[in-house]
Design a protein around this ligand. Structure first.
Ligand SMILES: Cc1ncc(COP(=O)(O)O)c(C=O)c1O
Length: 499
């Protein structure tokens, strides 16, 4: 059995190495030997997630040709990477990237802290906003009025309340994607939806292709179902999906599922264009892969002049290749715990059976509240409040970070709730530890990666604005100083990152 899940061609790797900025340098700025510079370059690509872990590297001869260096240089670089745990090789199977055993990088998701426990800590861990009142209160008042007929039933609706299934189906139909209520299952948040999908399609040992980086808690959920994650690197900036890479990953590893967040991706904020959506669906169909599209962020377009491409399911309206997951958590309020799946009726029937043994169904009152909102136009008004709040927070947070941390790099997304930040060569894991000491909780990059990538990143959410955003940036700058001075120890960073 091979140990690799994707491949990197020589020309592609050479391009990525040549585009690296700044180039890793030796001690005191001295130019390192060629093999050392090459090994450091590859290691940085792995740690930053641009080359996935478990990606097969080109043969020495091919890479030497592509880089115009001697084969001895490449052989020495591969040997150095092997010695440091960043490369594994087996005769006949080639060499593939790895992360050293015992690496301190966290593999867990993001556990929300109870708000009461935070004290004076600024929590940048959770990308969720408070409820857009008065709509939460109004929705529950409306729901209570509609409750009496349900009180006479047993109250278990594993597929969701018929009224809400119809309302959600009608919303897709209104977008030009004809949908029947039999194509909808209401779930306990998007997490509940993806949990049911993973249990139905991707048991122990199955492969799931994921964007690298991707949303931490979904990655963790997939790990816990025993699936093998196949990371597909995102392009730097807001462009996102490199279709050659996706086609190759789906062809090479034929995963059972692929999971993508095409609208305002968490954590990068990237938005897939229409061609990328069409190509993703085509590539998934050809590989026999079920494409799970998470639309949790879809309604959070923050820049009104950004044109929204068609939904991914518009390219597979029957819902046999594309399983769409939606949620009220980001557009409205995470405390509702309402999500849904849109898929072909037979897939929905199987999912309903799969979830019935987990949570039986979603609470009736919350379903009625979301149905009331969607039926009265309250939903649109609440989402507008949500967008205004997130846009203002984004702009204030960006300004504060630019002022306090000018060496941090990021692309400002046109929607969503997160800023994906390169921390100028500083270890994100150490920053997270130091942040706890100076009163800011920030998730480090590796939580959003597979097997230890993204050590040089942190994620900042658009949940704070004004003076709190400014204070958050001041505290992050204090955390940077702690790490630089060595006082932020307690977590060992991988070698290529500044301590
Ligand atoms: C992309 C994405 N999917 C799913 C979720 C979780 O959604 P829910 O609260 O509906 O379970 C989040 C929350 O941050 C998210 O960003």
């Amino acid at each position: 059995m091979t140990q690799w899940t994707s491949t990197v061609g020589a020309a592609q790797l050479a391009r990525q190495l040549q585009a690296q900025q700044p180039r890793p340098t030796g001690p005191a700025g001295r130019k390192p030997p060629a093999y050392r510079a090459l090994a450091d370059g590859v290691r940085l690509l792995v740690l930053e997630g641009r080359v996935p872990v478990a990606a097969r590297l080109p043969a020495e001869r091919e890479l030497a040709l592509a880089l115009s260096v001697s084969r001895t240089t490449v052989a020495a670089a591969y040997e150095a990477l092997r010695a440091e745990g960043f490369l594994e090789s087996r005769r006949g199977a080639g060499s593939w990237t790895a992360v050293p055993a015992g690496n301190p990088l966290p593999a867990r998701g993001l556990e929300p802290l109870p708000p009461e426990s935070l004290g004076s800590m600024i929590d940048l861990g959770c990308a969720s906003l408070p409820a857009p009142e008065p709509w939460l209160t109004r929705a529950f008042q409306g729901a209570v009025e509609e409750l009496p007929p349900y009180a006479h039933t047993h109250g278990d609706y594993p597929a969701g309340l018929p009224a809400l299934r119809q309302t959600i189906a009608d919303r897709y139909t209104a977008l030009g994607i004809p949908t029947m209520p039999e194509q909808i299952m209401v779930t306990t948040g998007a997490m509940g939806a993806i949990d049911a999908i993973c249990h139905l399609f991707a048991g122990r040992g199955e492969r799931i292709a994921v964007e690298s980086p991707s949303y931490a808690n979904i990655l963790q959920l997939m790990r816990e179902t025993g699936a093998r994650l196949v990371p597909v690197a995102m392009e730097e900036g807001i462009g996102g999906w490199d279709m050659n890479r996706w086609r190759q990953a789906l062809r090479d590893s034929a995963p059972r599922l692929a999971y993508v967040v095409a609208d305002f991706h968490n954590p990068t904020g990237a938005l897939a264009d229409e061609q990328q959506r069409r190509d993703l669906v085509d590539a998934a169909r050809s590989a026999g892969t079920v494409l799970v599209v998470d639309e949790t962020m879809t309604e959070l377009r923050l820049d009104p002049d950004t044109t929204m491409p068609r939904r991914v399911c518009a390219f597979d309206p029957a819902g046999s290749t594309v399983l769409t997951v939606g949620s009220a958590s980001k557009a409205f309020w995470a405390g509702m715990r309402i999500g849904w799946v849109r898929a072909a009726p037979d897939v929905i029937r199987s999912l309903v059976s799969a979830r019935a043994y987990a949570d039986m169904g979603t609470p009736v009152l919350e379903q009625l509240a979301v149905n009331w909102l969607m039926g009265t136009g309250g939903w649109e008004q609440a989402v507008e409040i949500r967008r205004d709040q997130a846009r203002q927070n984004r702009d204030e947070l960006v300004a504060a970070v630019r002022r306090e941390l000018p060496e941090w790099e990021f692309a400002v997304p046109s929607g969503g709730l997160t800023l994906w930040v390169r921390t100028g060569g500083l270890s994100g894991s150490r920053l997270a530890v130091a942040g706890e000491r100076v009163g800011v909780r920030v998730p480090s990059g590796p939580r959003f990666g597979v097997d230890g990538a993204f050590e040089g990143y942190v994620r900042l959410p658009f949940t704070v604005g004004g003076p709190v955003a400014e204070e958050a940036a001041v505290r992050l700058a204090a955390a940077v100083e702690l790490v630089r001075s060595g006082a932020g120890a307690g977590v060992d960073a991988p070698r290529s990152f500044v301590a």
